[in-house]
Write a protein that binds this ligand. Sequence first.
Ligand code: HDE
Length: 693
Amino acid sequence: MSKKSRASKSPPDAAVGNGGEIHQTSGGTHPAMTTNHGVSIADNQNSLKAGPRGPVLLEDFMLREKISHFDHERIPERIVHARGSGAHGFFELTQSLAEFTHARVLTEVGVKTPLFARFSTVAGGAGSVDTPRDVRGFAVKMYTSEGNWDLVGNNIPVFFIQDAIKFPDLIHAVKMEPDRGFPQAGSAHDTFYDFISLTPEAIHMLMWAMSDRTIPRSLRMMEGFGVHSFRLINEAGKSTFVKFHWRPKLGLQSTVWDEAVKLQSADNDFHRRDLFEAITAGNFPEWEFSVQLFTEAEAEAFPFDHLDATKFIPEELVPLKVIGRMVLDRWPDNFFAETEQVAFFPTNIVPGIDFSNDPLLQGRLFSYQDTQLSRLGGPNFHQIPINAPKCPFANHQRDGHMQMATPKGRVAYEPSNLVPDSPRESPTSGFRSFASEESGAKGRIRAESFADHYSQARQFFRSQTSTEQAHIASSLVFELSKVQTQFIREAMVGHLRQVDESLAQRVADGLGMEELPPAAPTAVPAEDRPNSPALQIIGKMKASLEGRCIGILVNDGSDSKIISELRKAGAAAGATVKIVAPKIGGVKLTGGERLPADGQLAGTPSMLFDAVAVVLSNEGASALAKDGAAIDFVRNAFGHLKAIAIDAGGQALMQTAGITPDAGVMAAQDTEAFIACAKTRLWDREPNVRTLA
Ligand code: HDE
């Protein structure tokens, strides 16, 4: 056939068009595809050409519109918190705070306020992975009846710096190094520790960042914190300070470091997929909302300054009062329109809530509005549906890029008497700032009360279980071993000496230092504070399979009865149970029935599960004995401290993998024991599987 004779005209309703493309014939009532200007499109497969093999014509406005739109489909990603996942839900107040605030969202018990929450990593770009060691953003936009209230927090209650003017330095230090363009999404490099070693105020948050809080098991199992002190203002104009906390109903849980590292290859989207799957399956994640309330006079007595964002208020000092809950019950329809375009602002507060003088918060009050101008392209980003308030809003701001509204009438100013319905200020119900008395000499000043950088770092470290302390020491060794400059490593150990001498010694040993470097100088010597068990993860971990996942590795000839018992027991305990098989088409079980697989072995390693079972026929076991993915499946499950249920075939595979079973490895037939054990991690196993600092 000649090239020429292959050309044909493509009638709009042909089943086969030019070049042999199959037109979709799925049935249904497909609306006509049009250009952005409403012109119906006859052919979406071929550009307009001068002859079948001729040049493409500039006249093809449909081609140009489509390609040009595509060329501009990306907006600048967030400079921090670029990679995130979001979901819709609601906030429900269960206990009124009317004594402390007149904000309706905190006084109207039972009202469900719609919200959008976005969780993020901080350092990595939008296309980076979900599971690096990193602080997680925890941002919630509540569309209250009095305007949007955004609580833009993190999963750690303290921050690295005390003053906003240091934020660009902190972020430039942690991001990939500018000359080489790596490392992506990781703090384990010279520039970060160079900066930290010269910024003693960051050492406290570093302790949290080196704990397992920064390698969460799931976004659904993270705590959230507003971090700064805010004010609540009541009807009488009285101010009470407040800190906000989110507590996950599924309990706080983290992965282990080796698992987090391997998760990066197992599933780049581990957290996003987990949140998506839970919400679309109807397992709606939920958090308790709590407040810590305290007066100015009480704050005076704290052994730290609550306006310093590098400090937290121990629960033992000011207990948490649970006042509500957040439920995430709807995945967004469109990632870009919602999760990418959502713009959070610490400035979004409602009447009855106000800011404190925390200098970090004060700097944030400028930054978020400003960043949206370049990220979302102009001053009208509040009109994007995900950002727009759900209560009526009106003012005289006009025009600008992408103005979506069509304001009517001649009046675009206030005051005016010309038209009766133009918006005016509301002196009685509108937002009013708390009339705090401020005085003092102007200057670039850091308060004396901000000078103690180590007491809470020490308190945090000493409050941990011994396993958690070993994890902190080991992650410091890991990170500092990636730092190539010796004097930075030494300076860091010098800071650790102020936190805890034994920690410094463990890290120095882990780095192969022959002597401890000198302790960092301090402005204020660190104090010993009482331990706060509320700061632990392991100590607080819920023994539960709710929201967790069990993986069963099977092969042809696996025992159908054992598998069905395990699935039943897992589901009854609240877990999702997934079948892993060498082929995605599934396997034939003992009874001859086919069991479809949820994941193919090579692409579904045990990192994706909280506990595993291995149920194999003898032939299945000998086939898998030669399969590295099967051996890794059990080795990693064991190494990551998970419960493992095995039958005879599973036992053979364990032997091939060279694993000596311990109390966390049990007979697959004993489902009760397996489920009980699967509800937690086997921390006692850890010293047998890795060397910790
Ligand atoms: Fe942010 N931060 N931040 N931050 N932050 C941004 O705003 C900034 C800080 C936090 O899911 C940016 O829209 C400054 C503390 C979250 O969209 C930017 C300072 C806390 C998110 C910005 C801080 C946060 C951001 C980048 C020091 C915890 C993601 C894109 C004064 C309490 C929100 C954007 C989302 C995002 C600035 C410190 C949390 C550049 C200047 C402390 C969760 O405006």
